[in-house]
Design a protein around this ligand. Structure first.
Ligand code: 3AM
Length: 186
């Protein structure tokens, strides 16, 4: 028998939240430095740094992933957004890190391997931490030479649900975990 689509599946991902004041600063900087025709701007409240994309996940699988996330013991780290780039194939203009902190890479690696073990497909592309600024940017974009070099403290990570309703995507936090583990501060 073919299984009916499980309507309780949710589109989930793990990410670092950006502090609200930083979201506002980035939106202002984007308006000042990127031409409006370059692509579709991501709403301030939706600016985040994805750690692991999980796809459409059942409630049971989400519970397992949440339990595993809760056992992660890592300390926080500073994320410096000092790089900007454009991936024309995916139409994404992003802010990123020239030298991502080790803690960020470790956290993403752990969440991705836990996700893969739970059967969530993980892209074979290397993890490139970034905050998506624009989507639909498929044409060449004149990028500013420099960013604002804003940084933020990654002191917690969250599981998000992506909800598309009335023509808009919203990211709702389902659960957050502190990064206050005992490993050496990075
Ligand atoms: O905003 P970014 O790009 O960091 O690109 C999607 C977004 O991250 C990514 O998950 C985040 C929330 O939607 N995403 C969406 N579909 C994806 C896929 N099939 C994906 N990442 C990898 N594979």
């Amino acid at each position: 028998m073919i299984n009916a689509v499980d309507k309780t599946n949710r589109r989930l991902f793990f990410a670092l939240a950006l502090p609200k004041p930083l979201q506002q600063k980035i939106v202002q900087w984007r308006a000042d430095h990127l031409p409006p025709e370059a692509g579709h701007p991501i709403a301030a409240a939706n600016l985040h740094l994805t750690l692991a994309f999980l796809g459409e996940v059942s409630a049971a699988k989400a519970q397992v992933l949440q339990q595993q996330a809760g056992r992660i013991s890592q300390s926080g780290f500073n994320v410096m957004l000092d790089d900007i780039g454009h991936w024309p194939s995916s139409g994404v203009v992003w802010l990123g890190c020239k030298n991502p902190p080790r803690g960020l890479l470790q956290l993403a690696q752990l969440l991705r391997s836990q996700a893969a073990r739970s059967g969530c497909y993980q892209t074979p592309l290397p993890f490139h931490p970034h905050v998506t600024l624009l989507r639909g940017a498929v044409r060449p974009v004149a990028l500013p030479a420099k960013t604002q070099n804003e940084s933020f403290r990654g002191d917690h990570f969250s599981l998000y649900e992506s909800v598309f309703a009335r023509g808009r995507t919203r990211y709702n936090v389902i659960q957050s975990w502190p990064l206050t583990g005992s490993s050496k501060d990075i």
